[in-house]
Ligand binder design. Structure first.
Ligand code: GLU
Length: 330
């Protein structure tokens, strides 16, 4: 659990547009890096500019990867940058019942089934590259692997359960990337909604949490653009509409074109902090990446909020260069 001292009392801004709610949803699987900082800062800036309510949700269900102490340091890092929120932090691991109820609702419509096939059994049916990272392969779950009988009860919580994907493409319009159409049958197939660890998958948890907290504005990295299609199917199946407005953001990549990760050196915000980098430098670098400025220069979070625009950001991914790194350490 997070320390009580870090729990913010809900605070409502004087002219808050109470009809718009967004969330900042870090996964405590590793300390925040520059890519996370960019997404969260932009989410915060857009929300504050439009007086939306910001909820902080810690996505702690990825149990094998959640690291001790990271929840606390994630919250501290967000605060250090100057990002604030109006409610939360909430966590997911202590709310399993709500996800179980969602599973019961899906099962009663015969939309899910238990599946204990191994990765290699599924992989031998088909596989395709993932759009977010050229090195990563997402497995397609081919419909030939579906069982003959689909149950109408969610019974065995210690097995993976998959969602029956419909053949029609899922269509939506992303604020930045424009009209999208995903044929899930060809790109992912029946995806996992419940895991054999006894917890919901990311796809199910995010839909249940966003719907129950009234989130209607989702801003996050474009590696989750195709996840939006899966999430829309779940919104519809669970009758949890209206579907939120999606704004996906370009990713920060290394000079090798791969998503920013440990292989690109230590780009954790905490490490820069320890080496003397200021929040204004981090924000100034992100402002440069977002084409707010032509040169790297320190910037306050308030100035970032005033000057940020999705129009200048564009959809091209950002490259984190050695000059960026040197400037942060200068
Ligand atoms: N927890 C995810 C992350 O840290 C974000 C999930 C979402 O915004 O839907 O990348």
């Amino acid at each position: 659990m997070y320390p009580q001292s870090l729990v913010h009392e809900p605070k409502f801004h004087p002219q808050s547009d109470q009809t718009s709610i967004t969330r900042i949803a870090p996964s405590p699987t590793g300390a925040l890096h520059l890519g996370n900082a960019m997404s969260f800062l932009i989410n915060w800036a857009i929300a504050r500019k439009h007086n939306w309510h910001i909820a902080l949700r810690i996505e702690d269900l990825d149990t094998p990867r959640v690291k001790p102490g990271v929840i606390k340091s994630t919250i501290q890092t967000l605060s250090w940058i100057g990002i604030d929120w109006d409610s939360g932090p909430t966590t997911q691991a202590d709310q399993i019942q709500r996800y179980q109820q969602a599973m019961e609702k899906l099962a009663s419509q015969e939309l899910t089934y238990p599946c204990s096939l191994s990765r290699s059994q599924i992989e031998s049916a088909a596989s395709a590259p993932h759009s977010g990272d050229p090195g990563f392969h997402e497995i397609i779950f081919d419909i030939s692997l579906r069982p003959d009988r689909i149950p109408c009860l969610f019974s065995d919580v210690d097995t993976n359960w998959r969602f029956l994907v419909s053949p029609e493409p899922v269509e939506f319009c992303d604020t930045l990337y424009g009209p999208q159409s995903f044929s899930l049958l060809d790109t992912v197939g029946d995806f996992v909604v419940w895991t054999k660890r006894g917890t919901p998958s990311y796809q199910l948890a995010v839909v249940v949490d966003d719907a129950l907290s009234g989130v209607n504005q989702i801003i996050r990295g474009s590696d989750l653009l195709d996840s939006a299609a899966r999430q829309i199917l779940l919104y519809n199946a669970l009758k949890l509409g209206p579907i939120p407005n999606y704004t996906h953001l370009p990713l920060v990549k290394g000079e090798d074109g791969r998503r920013l990760a440990k292989r690109h050196g230590d780009t954790r915000i905490d490490t820069y902090t320890q080496r003397g980098t200021t929040p204004e430098q981090i924000i100034g670098l992100i402002a440069f990446w977002c084409k707010i400025t032509k040169e790297r220069a320190p910037m306050s979070i308030q100035e970032f909020k005033e000057r940020f625009s999705l129009d200048t950001l564009g959809t091209d991914d950002i490259t984190f260069t050695s000059e960026d790194d040197q400037w942060l350490l200068s």
